[in-house]
Write a protein that binds this ligand. Structure first.
Ligand code: SRM
Ligand code: SF4
Length: 567
């Protein structure tokens, strides 16, 4: 039997390079939505049609269409924003969206709650701030992430420059984005081509992350293409290349699974674009276009075999990758507080719970950051805002003389939580989930504050309040908070019910394992209490929670990066 191409493939093929009828749909005043096929194409432009799930039932009862609104995601390689851009993004949040900015687990911003008539002005305003949204979503290379704090050394800066170059180089070539959102004139008779992607783009999304050891804050083994910077004598020598990482899975379907990338060799900076382009090209040609569930690179590699994939890659490259070089990660979290870079500038990492920047009673985070941005807007100061893949924020490049003022603004606006928070709170990630995510099965971001209080009370009882336990909460098995890399993770199954996963490490090098299935909060706390107790009583000095569980045999051995590739 010949397998059928998925319906999405037809939509892409018929789209005239991502145009579809989006422009017409935006003008239709009768509905807050756009045509179904166009919602698929819209993702390539960096926006998703959603509806407020809190209001769904009530609106259905009232025979109203769902409360449609759009989420916009910026393409922001390496997550770097100037004060001027910050002020523009903040204004967009208040003028075109729901008044909040959301730092994502891929180091960029999302604006939620953008109603249809605000969508084009919102995207145009983002572009006026010299940032775009093209390819922030869709079956293309997504936002390229890079270890945060890259101004610490010249090698960090070089890695960041590579992230920007990759992101630019791998952008779709279509002018559809500029025509629809920025009113660019279509040049009559011009024949468009997509030199890398072709008319049907990739079979599925593709993600690249660059990690600068010893920090694996990007979770490099969760990327389709993970690049591990090799720094020798303070200079960037090149990257170890890891392919086939990914988190997404479907409950009850063993043919879908999270997977860590395999390290396949080393590439010098001058060959980086060629390697990325050719990994993408093999995936473009070999990836599964019939079943989207199996279309990510990780499945292509497992179906064809890693050796076969690498042989094809090297044949297309025309050279063989050099052997991987030694590297060592010591953690995948953020380093809170002030850190001084090699150039004597200072960087302040702030903890932002679940990445949500809003003004709430007692904690005016959005206003606080606006004040900090205003001080530096248009001044000679080199201050930047840098987003992290742990949904946090760095105020970077600060001169010593500016520190005290920033500290006082941080304290005034409740942004100084990092100073005294519990270990688990500082290391918690939660995906957005309800009410905007159409795929959420359970709460995540909105449940995190309550869950943390309960976990903290449990941990305090065992003297573990300061233990830096890595918690990841996702509203469904798609894994947007990279839950399968959490020492403790909850993966939503149904309202109020989660799978409890345990046993990843603190370096992003080992997947966790299912520990309890489909349990409610009482079940979560009851399951964790005895393991926390045992950890408190029996852990070795400096031993992480996940490592401990594995050592004492509380869990079966999960997938981890083979010891021979780790220094
Ligand atoms: Fe994600 C889909 C939010 C990072 C795996 N993700 C979604 C959508 C767009 C739901 C949808 O398709 O309708 C979510 C929108 C929620 C909302 O209301 O905002 C969503 N994903 C997010 C964000 C905002 C989570 C967050 O709280 O920070 C992250 C935005 C990243 C960005 O800036 O580009 C986000 N998503 C991730 C990650 C983590 C990463 O990339 O490091 C993953 C796991 C890694 C991976 O891709 O394997 C991830 N998201 C998914 C998947 C599963 C893909 C798969 O291979 O099965 C979906 C569903 C899909 O694609 O069909 C998904
Ligand atoms: Fe939505 Fe699931 Fe991603 Fe959470 S993990 S944002 S619930 S798709």
């Amino acid at each position: 039997m010949v397998a059928q191409l998925s319906a999405f493939e037809r939509v892409k093929a018929d789209s005239r390079f991502l145009r579809g009828t989006i422009a017409e749909g935006l003008l239709d005043p009768v509905t807050g939505a756009i045509a179904d096929d166009d919602t698929k194409l819209l993702k390539f432009h960096g926006t998703y049609q959603q509806d407020d799930r809190d209001l769904r039932d009530e609106r259905r009862r009232q025979k109203l269409e769902p409360a449609y609104a759009f989420m916009i995601r910026a393409r922001l390689p390496g997550g770097v924003v100037t004060p001027t851009q910050w002020l523009a993004f903040d204004a967009i949040a208040r003028e075109h969206a729901n008044g909040t900015l959301r730092i994502t687990s891929r180091q960029t911003f999302q604006w939620h709650g953008v109603i249809k008539r605000e969508l084009k002005p919102g995207i145009a305003a983002i572009n006026r701030a010299l940032v775009d949204t093209i390819a922030a979503c869709g079956d293309v290379n997504r936002n390229v992430v890079c270890s945060a704090n890259p101004v610490e050394s010249s090698a960090h800066a070089a890695a960041y420059a590579c992230a920007v170059r990759l992101s630019e180089h791998l952008k779709p070539a279509t002018r559809a984005y500029y025509e629809i959102w920025l009113d660019e004139e279509k040049i009559a008779g011009s024949d468009e081509v997509e030199p890398l992607y072709g008319p049907t783009y990739l079979p599925r999304k593709f993600k690249i992350g660059l990690a600068v050891p010893p920090t694996n804050d990007v979770d490099v083994f969760a990327q389709d293409l993970g690049l591990i910077a090799i720094i020798e004598h303070g200079e960037l020598a090149g990257f170890n290349v890891a392919i086939g990482g990914g988190m997404g899975a479907t409950h009850g379907d063993a043919t879908t699974y999270p997977r860590l990338g395999d390290v396949i060799g080393f590439v010098a900076p001058e060959h980086l674009l060629a390697v990325a382009e050719n990994v993408i090209a093999v995936q473009r040609d070999w990836g599964d276009r019939n079943e989207r569930k199996h279309a990510r690179l990780k499945y292509t590699i497992d179906h064809r075999g890693l050796d076969v994939f690498v042989a094809e890659l090297q044949a297309r490259l025309g050279f063989v990758l050099a052997p991987a070089r030694a590297f060592h990660f010591d953690h995948n979290g953020d380093r809170y507080g002030w850190i001084q870079g090699d150039d004597r500038r200072w960087h302040l990492t702030l903890h932002i719970e679940a990445g949500r920047l809003a003004d709430r009673p007692g904690r005016a985070l959005l206003s606080g950051l606006r004040e900090i941005a205003k001080v530096h807007d248009g001044t000679a100061s080199a201050v930047q805002f840098r987003l992290t893949c742990n949904q946090n924020l760095i105020i970077a490049n600060v001169a010593a003389a500016e520190r005290a003022h920033i500290d006082s603004l941080v304290a005034q606006h409740g942004l100084d939580g990092y100073r005294d928070q519990s270990g688990i709170r500082k290391h918690a990630l939660a995906c957005v989930a309800l009410p905007t995510c159409g795929l959420a099965m359970a709460e995540a971001e909105r449940y995190l504050p309550d869950l943390l209080l309960k976990l903290e009370s449990l941990l305090a009882g065992h003297g573990l309040l300061d233990a830096p336990i890595l918690l990841r909460l996702s509203g469904c098995p798609n894994g947007c908070s990279r839950p399968y890399l959490g020492e403790v993770a909850l993966v939503g199954k149904a309202p109020g019910r989660y799978n409890l996963m345990l046993g990843a490490d603190f370096r992003g090098q080992r997947l966790n394992r299912l520990y309890r299935e489909n349990i409610d909060e009482a079940g979560i706390l009851a399951s964790l209490d005895p393991v926390f107790a045992r950890y408190a009583a029996e852990r070795a000095d400096g031993e992480g929670f996940g490592d401990f569980l594995l050592r004492v045999g509380a869990l079966a051995a999960p997938q981890s990066i083979p010891a021979e590739v780790i220094a």
